[in-house]
Design a protein around this ligand. Structure first.
Ligand code: FE2
Length: 407
């Protein structure tokens, strides 16, 4: 094709672009960026897109290089779980030969989940980190406190212990243990077999805000080779004070530690969570979430952390939820059963202990495909999105039409 005045490629626009790029390269040393392209957001107006596979787009060039989007992803336990056994074996061998074990030179014995859409960052979504840890008998993570909010979901039958602000929480499979920001806590395994749990934190958010610190200078009384805090409360404190729904003690402040807007309840037992779900199995539930319960601050009804919301849901055999999408990220751990979650039209089949992430804006629906109950624990940054006025959600009705759940 011959270039002519009518051919856009022949217009001086291209030379203006080239000139801007040249100028930009020259000016880079002064830490400025000459605007050579649309400085566009990564996201399309998702709520206008009706396709089930809406995924958003990333801008090109210099703009896009700094925009990353979490991908839907599924970590299969049968693939990743064996690495914990191998870490534990390396640690055992190191102990036998007098070498430093991984918990000493790496602080923790764990792997972190890496979302393939986030360029190798140690995070499953923009605000959420997840690690899976193994503690051999005798291992201790010394007492400390930090700005990120954290939790552990116990995956082994026995889960060692975590002591938080003087309350020792002895854990078992399915337990949820919360270490809110600004609470002194330490972990250990005083049992006879390795213990495994999933740690979930809002670490990437605090890192982004440059607000991440850790204090290891515990001022209280220590025990266990001086690395752990000595419990000061009788076991079961959380449950004793706050375990009766709607009844709260009137003689404590409900603030534990130096953090703000965090829950005073540190320990939920797996069997109590299952019992709560089971007691509700005869209810209709929610078309998008089935039988779901939230963990809340009993003194305020707010989320347990200012940034993260925790929930557990029961999918009865054969139950399938309707598609839903929202501006919050959702991260899941499969505690029981087998089924699948469709994320943006892609199907992920999960089994016990699998973990998967539904990034914000993606349509998702859950299906219990097994003969037994399926139980999913989830963590989302919904409270954070609500606080900044950005939480929205849509669902699809029985005919596939889009309905506004939170507009
Ligand atoms: Fe910690």
């Amino acid at each position: 094709m011959t270039a002519s005045a009518a051919d856009p490629s022949a217009l001086p626009v291209s030379s203006a672009r080239a000139a801007m790029e040249r100028l930009n390269a020259e000016a880079g040393k002064y830490h400025i960026w000459l605007r050579t392209q649309a400085n566009a957001p990564a996201q399309r107006p998702w709520f206008r897109e009706t396709g089930i596979d809406v995924a958003g787009r990333v801008a090109e060039g210099r703009v896009g290089a700094n925009q990353m989007k979490a991908a839907p992803h599924h970590w299969r336990w049968h693939q990743i779980g064996p690495y914990l056994d191998r870490i534990a074996e390396i640690a055992r061998t190191a102990a036998e030969t007098g070498e430093a074990s991984p918990i000493e030179f790496a602080d923790r014995q764990q792997f972190l989940l890496v979302n393939p859409g986030l360029g190798g960052r140690l995070q499953v979504a923009s605000t959420i980190r997840c690690a899976v840890s193994v503690y051999n008998p005798g291992d201790v993570a010394p007492v400390h406190m930090h700005t990120p909010n954290a939790s552990r979901t116990i995956l082994s039958e026995n889960g060692g212990y975590t002591t938080i602000e003087g309350e020792r929480c002895r854990a078992a499979r399915g337990d949820l243990i919360l270490t809110p920001h600004g609470t002194w806590h330490d972990h250990g395994n005083d049992g006879a077999t390795p213990v495994v749990w999933a740690d979930i934190l809002d670490f990437p958010l605090l890192e982004f805000l440059d607000c991440n610190w850790i204090d290891e200078d515990f001022p209280g009384t220590r025990e266990g080779n001086a690395r752990a805090q000595k419990p000061t409360l009788a076991d079961g404190y959380s449950e004793r004070l706050y375990g009766a729904g709607g009844i709260v003690p009137n003689f404590v402040s409900h603030r534990r530690g130096i953090g703000h807007d965090t829950t005073p309840v540190f320990h939920y037992r797996g069997d109590a969570i299952r019992a709560a779900l089971d007691a509700l199995r005869g209810e209709a539930g929610d078309p998008y979430e089935a039988i779901q319960v939230r963990f809340v601050n009993p003194a305020t009804g707010a989320s347990v952390f200012p940034t993260l919301d925790y929930a557990a849901q029961l999918l009865r055999p054969g139950e399938a939820t309707r598609p839903k999408r929202e501006t919050a990220n959702q991260f899941y751990i499969v505690l029981a059963g087998e089924g699948s979650t469709e994320i943006g039209g892609e199907r992920f089949d999960w089994r016990e202990n699998d973990l998967f992430v539904v990034p914000n804006f993606r349509w998702r629906r859950h299906i219990n495909r097994g003969p037994r109950d399926a139980v999913l624990y989830s963590v989302s940054d919904l409270p954070l999105l609500q606080k900044i006025g950005q939480y929205r959600a849509q669902g699809r009705d029985a005919d596939g039409g889009v309905v506004q759940l939170v507009s």
